[in-house]
Ligand binder design. Structure first.
Ligand code: S3P
Length: 439
């Protein structure tokens, strides 16, 4: 199903949906379990292309993974880590596929061990910046080489690390996590200071596996060496996947959707605040936390009226992956919506800033983008168009939601990019149309 065609929805989204589990938390659970002494039990690991890249990588390094049960919304895995014996030298390069999280976090893990590993990736990942993790890992003493352009392939020869305090120039959880994961193997306190707080799943999960983490404002620190011990992790549903369903339900008349067990980590749900500020009708009901992560039930209903808002740069890290779909919602809001400090979108799975600008324009929306800002003027009646995913899962899902809002037909080319984070997206979205009637 590489191309999909969506028609203007005559009805809203109605019903309850069990979303796939969290991609960021799944990567971390597999990476930490792979290093731990003993057998970890991971409940609800996302079965998607990106997480499979991480699983294949740690298997190539000697961890063993036994899939006990599960479906694409979450697998139950028993993972026997390499523990103090360390990872095995893999036979060849490790392919990280499309997954930036795999490449960058794995670089941090490998930096701590005496192995010589080259990381590669697909066409998109091979264009993304890797010096942002290579540079701090070199400061810690690892030998890290990237291409002349600072991209993959990245060769890492690790071991013998020194603890550092690193002031990160970017608010990136992937950079922060790479340094903290290397810090687990360094002698002393390794600290990362961020310009703004990015998602904090690594800081929350490391202590579950026995590594001491301290946090003070924008600084996160780990004290090493900290041998990791097997643990149990339960992965909640992914708020970033929820965002697409929530955006559609907010805009389509007659919608009411209930989403159970969604991760409500504050560093991830900035988009909920923005949608609410625009006028969306969303309620969050907290449930008991799952391990170190907060979870809850989300109920979203059609908004009566939507108004444009300004999203300041400080708010961006907590909604970085949701900007495309928020920009789509902004086409239905009256007035101007402006996103500031969103230059990082240019180095995601695609140049998302340009792709969103071009896609919304093709749908007939007044939109402008600068080097690190995006402005949308609304409300506009969107007209169906042919759009390409640019092989970017979040764009494929944004354009599918656009297809329900726009008049006529919208064709999303390269739709199978959704396999990276939400393989069942089309079935789930259309299954909710008109309360479960055929979409
Ligand atoms: C992720 C961090 C974010 C996000 C990505 C997943 C993670 O990237 O965009 O989808 O799991 O750490 P940056 O940390 O590079 O902003």
């Amino acid at each position: 199903m590489s191309d999909v065609i969506l028609e203007h929805a005559g009805a809203g989204l109605v019903g309850e949906l069990r979303l796939p589990t969290d991609k960021s938390i799944s990567h971390r659970a597999v990476l930490l379990a792979a290093q731990a002494e003993g057998e970890s039990f991971l409940i609800g690991v996302l079965d998607s292309a990106d997480v499979r890249s991480t699983m294949a990588a740690v298997e190539a390094l000697g961890a063993s993974i036994n899939r006990v049960h599960g479906d694409e919304r979450g697998m139950q895995l028993k993972v026997r880590g390499w523990g103090e014996a360390g990872p095995a030298q893999p036979a060849g390069p490790i392919d990280c596929g499309n997954s930036g999280t795999t490449a960058r976090l794995l670089a941090g893990v490998l930096a701590g061990w005496p192995v010589d590993v080259t990381l590669t990736g697909d066409g998109s990942l091979s264009q993304r910046p890797m010096e942002r993790v290579a540079a701090p890992l070199r400061l810690m003493g690892a030998h890290v080489e990237t291409s002349a352009a600072g991209t993959l392939p990245m060769r890492i020869r690790g071991g013998g690390l020194t603890a550092i305090t690193y002031e990160s120039p970017v608010a990136s959880a992937q950079v922060k996590s790479a340094v903290l994961l290397a810090g687990v193997r360094a002698d002393g306190v390794t600290s990362v200071i961020e310009p703004r707080t990015s998602r904090d799943h690594t800081e929350r999960m490391l202590p579950v596996f026995g590594a001491p983490v301290e946090r003070d404002g924008l600084t996160a620190s780990v004290t090493g060496p900290a041998p990791l011990k097997a643990a149990q992790v339960i992965v909640p549903a992914d708020p970033s996947s929820a965002a697409f369903i929530m955006a559609a339900a907010t805009v389509l008349p007659g919608s009411k959707v209930l989403l159970p067990n969604v991760g409500l980590n504050p560093t991830r749900i900035g988009f909920v605040d923005v949608l609410k500020e625009m006028g969306a009708r969303i309620t969050l009901k907290d449930l008991p936390a799952m391990g170190n992560e907060s979870v809850g039930t989300i109920v979203v209903q059609t908004a009566q009226q939507l108004t444009g808002v300004t999203v300041p740069a400080a708010a961006v890290p907590a909604l970085i992956d949701e900007v495309p779909v928020l920009a789509l919602v902004a086409t239905q809001a009256s007035g101007r919506t402006r996103f500031e400090g969103v230059g990082e979108l240019r180095v995601k799975e695609s140049d998302r800033l340009e792709a969103v600008r071009a896609g919304l324009e093709a749908l007939g929306a007044p939109v402008e983008a600068g080097e690190d800002w995006l402005e949308v003027h609304g409300p506009t009646t969107l007209t169906g168009a042919t759009l390409h995913s640019a092989d970017d899962h979040r764009l494929a899902m944004t354009w599918a939601v656009a297809g329900l809002i726009a008049s006529g037909e919208t064709c999303v080319e390269g739709f199978d990019a959704v396999d990276v984070s939400y393989p069942a997206f089309h079935t789930d979205l259309t299954g909710l149309l008109g309360g479960g009637a055929e979409g």
